[in-house]
Design a protein around this ligand. Sequence first.
Ligand SMILES: [Zn+2]
Length: 363
Amino acid sequence: MTFQADYFDGLSARAKPVLVRVLVDTKQLAFDVEGYTYTFALADLQVQAKLGKAKRLIDLPDRSRLEAADISELEAAMPSKTSAFWRGLHYLENHLGWVLVALLATVFAGWLFLQFGVPKLAEYVAKATPPSMEKKVGEQALQGLDSQIGYFSPSKADPARKTSITAALKHLCDALQDCPQYQLEFRDGGMIGANAFALPGGYMVVTDQIITLSKNDIEIIAVLAHELGHVKQRHAFRQSLQGVLSGLILAAITGDVSSIGSGLPAVLMQMRYSREHEAEADRFALNALQKACLPPKAFADILQRLEAQMREGDGKGKKSANDKSANTTQQQESHDAVSEMLASHPDTLERIKPFLAAKQTCN
Ligand SMILES: [Zn+2]
């Protein structure tokens, strides 16, 4: 059995055509170059894996090499050295359908990882992060929001109102056995509008606009009870970690780093909690209001008002200027920012049901 090949001696780039003999009995390969016979044991050959239609390469133990178009004679005589992986790869190369299947499977696996793996990963990372570090992250996020134009400016709300809200929140927290550490911050919400949200590290921001929108302190406390639920479960920190992790993964895949260069404030502002997180925070709020002897209905009231305001914002262009009080301009500015309280909940009515159904447990 023989096959044609080019011989490269490893010293010069010049190919020497040879006729290679496959000696099945002695499990050897032999060929003659310029009157000299080279003989190698088949077991010592390194046959490189088949790649497309390229010539097959056979590395010889003395660093010389043979190149041949067809080595089926040799392969038939050789114990198979090519791994299942390379054989599989070669198979795929010649079956485009399977390449597409493999590609789709890769994309799907990536999506699965971003969808389910990253949140789990973020949860583990959050658990392993000391609270002091999380607090630093929150502190920097707040500084970022304070310094960026359009987000926060110092609160102009009535100081007496702020004092009473602070005291009422403390009262609620005192009534709970599992109240997390928090720090309440008041800000003019700018384009964020009527809003309240939890930042990493227990920072809870309440905007002047939502104070204006509320009928009383209890409504603000109801909103803050929901935010305390997010603080308790470290949702904000987990969510920011997810944003950063997903950004890094996407950047690694696409090579586009602009997605992670946009900074933490932007990440936080685009942040949407999962419905699961929102439901968790709602349950915490309902329980907290009941423990503190506050009417759960207050939560339903402010939520409905937030929603009504959002709807109004959507159709504001057609409204006459005098049908609202002085905060109309603020509302108009803020209509494009969806309140944290509503962001992940298309169905407010469904959501407030338990709050309307719950009895105030004490008078
Ligand atoms: Zn929420």
